[in-house]
Unconditional design. Sequence first.
Length: 458
Amino acid sequence: MRIAQIMRSVAAALFFCLASSLVAAIQLLPVVSGLSSPVFVTNAGDGSNRLFIVEQGGTIRVLQPGSTTPSLFLDIHTKVVASGEQGLLGLAFHPEYSTNGRFFVYYTRTGDGTIVIAEYQVSTDPNVANPTEKVLLTIPHPTNTNHNGGMLAFGPDNYLYIGVGDGGSANDPPNNAQNVNVLLGKILRIDVSAPGTYSSPPTNPFFGATPGADEIFAYGFRNPWRFSFDHVTGVQWVGDVGQGAREEVDMPIVNGGNYGWRVLEGSACTNNDPALCSSPQNYIFPILDYTHLNGRCSITGGYVYRGSQGALPGGTYVYGDYCSGEILAWDGTTQTLLLDTASNISSFGEDEQGELYVVDLGGSISRIVSTVPCTYAISPASVTLPSGGGGGSVAVTAATGCGWTATSNVPWITITGGTPGSGAGTATYAVAPYTGHPKYRNGTATIAGQTFSAKQSK
Ligand SMILES: [Ca+2]
């Protein structure tokens, strides 16, 4: 090993130690393997706790909770052209899927590579989709096979957001991303409340007589491959894949915002249109960007962690790089390396509890978990209460990032605050007056997994 390599290794080891102590130590828990080029995982939000896995070739598989063997939910491979950046790329379940069974897919069409947004519905079997397709929107993408985008997700406004790439090649030769009359290089937003069709929300920035395509929500993107919405703040986070130098994360995505491509790559002037770089106020700069060091070359946008298992501090944005295999975190100020993997990270995904998954294009999906098991204690663990009722508080002791909830097990005790919590915190409760028989009643609440016992005299 040469001296320079040794120095780099030492520096890397030091950096990793510092970094991991700053945020969290994570590991990957294998969930499923043997998949064919998985590019996404998500959930239906229907309380079933199933995972739905998108395979690039044109299949969606469903994984039951606790199972390691998915079954076929939908097969549309005959409609899909799949290689390189093309394929079945995105999936989103309707916010009311549990009652209407509607879901949406994003793929590149066989024959001409056109981007298709289509609607499907579940069959009478909850684990099998009805194969009848209703095409909602097509976007011509004839010239190049790269930069198709591919993300679909519903926003907190219940509109369907769509991430579309710039049409491909390099440096966006037709300047699509800055052209508000084409749907390439954009985040689109459509209303799919009526089955089998869509409309553009009148609040979209170029709606109606305003020049520009009605479907556009924001523009100036190169290849917004993956994006997500923070469940707590509602803010949209986009990982926009860069050209040859910089990968970027954009947030918040605002109505009518121009995020800079092809004038800017990350926060840097591309010199594609050098005169425009002298008016930086015309563009919204990324919240973070990183250069192509350490084998990094293509960002895979992720999620703001809001799970309750304490895998990471709540509010941490988790993302990665497809080429380096690194899982990265952004705490609002600093980018930290969480874990360096050998995976080609095609996507991240979320289950119904907000726990995060890493999708390896090589064929597997893993869950992000903490390396440190969370332990909890409460104080007091028991109380004796007067007949008039009232309230009180229970202190929870837990390590930073360890999430917990509090629930009452009897109707006369109500948890009034503090839940869900993370790390050290306080749960508050209220107790109803007691005038009945016998002389005492006993009840419990479960706080941070511990039993809180209350005895009340009449
Ligand atoms: Ca218009």
